[in-house]
Design a protein around this ligand. Sequence first.
Ligand SMILES: Cc1ncc(COP(=O)(O)O)c(C=O)c1O
Length: 372
Amino acid sequence: MDLLARAKQLEAEGRSIIHLEVGEPDFATAQPIVDAGIQALRQLKTHYTAATGLPELRQAIADHYQRKFALAIDPRRVVVTPGASGALQLALSVLTDPGESILLSDPGYPCNRNIAKILGLCSVDVPVSVDTQYQLNAGHIHKYWLANTRAAMVASPSNPTGTLIERNAMRELLAAVSKANGHLIVDEIYQGLVYDVEEYTALSLSEEVFVVNSFSKYFGMTGWRLGWMVVPERFVDAVDRVAQNIFLAASTLSQYAALAAFEPDAEAILQRRVEMFKQRRDYLLSVLPEMGFKISLQPQGAFYIYADCSDITQDSFAWTRQLLEKEGVAVTPGIDFGGHQAATHVRFAYTRSLDELKRAMCRIARFIQDKQ
Ligand SMILES: Cc1ncc(COP(=O)(O)O)c(C=O)c1O
């Protein structure tokens, strides 16, 4: 966040800054979704919805699972939330009490650690590396689960590494968590942004899993603040009650707009964007190693590359700051995602056009050259 603030400050001073630090697609929301939002506003859809969301949208999300994964989900189990952020808060609020603990991967999505803190939870940061695809696995559950641990959280594909949990590993993870009498929260926010491999949802493996998703990333609706969560049947009422208290309901306008996100014209636009993200990823994967970054695991999803920069610097925090000051390229240092091997990693977000990525790579190459 400091880096982003500094990047914005430099930009305001007239410097050309290339943003590879932000986890937000550069594409604006697809026009059919925007049109649906405008229409909803014209029709004065300005009142609260039910806390769990518009029934039509819950049904549309359930239908989406049917179409994409041939999976029948009872729409009653679908809860619409203010972004995945709202869903993550809701899940932890329902499943835990202050003083209990949860397991998280390090590196991992930083807000989870902070949400846990706000809720008075203790987060156990489990160091993960290439050998487990930078993901928690069943072995970690056996090793790190404490008497007061209630849940483990994973994201597949993950932020910052873009790696997935394979179906069998997910099965084992679910079994290990269930054996420990805990809950698994699977963040599938980057679903749809997956390259080269077949996608699945953790919902197809268990009815006990909490699955979080969002309209932010694949659907390109970050600013609309809309997500969802699919919860086990027996938690629906508790989730409804907590949602009523912590946010009343997600934005009504956004929910009407999101109905259009599942229609074929929006879907065609979104699929073309997936192709563009893949081209950007492939481009970065081809040039970063030439500059000395090590990428031992090809990321298969999201829009991030988590690169080992130990041959270039042993202090990624200072390095990213200098890179920003000297060359105007913003990338995220590993420290943002935890402490494990953080000083020797950086995250590149390929949320900018191929042309901009190319310009950024020229600047980074020059920066590395000048420092030698
Ligand atoms: C893994 C992960 N989960 C959740 C979020 C929150 O997303 P939102 O609240 O916009 O849906 C993000 C945002 O970057 C993320 O990377």
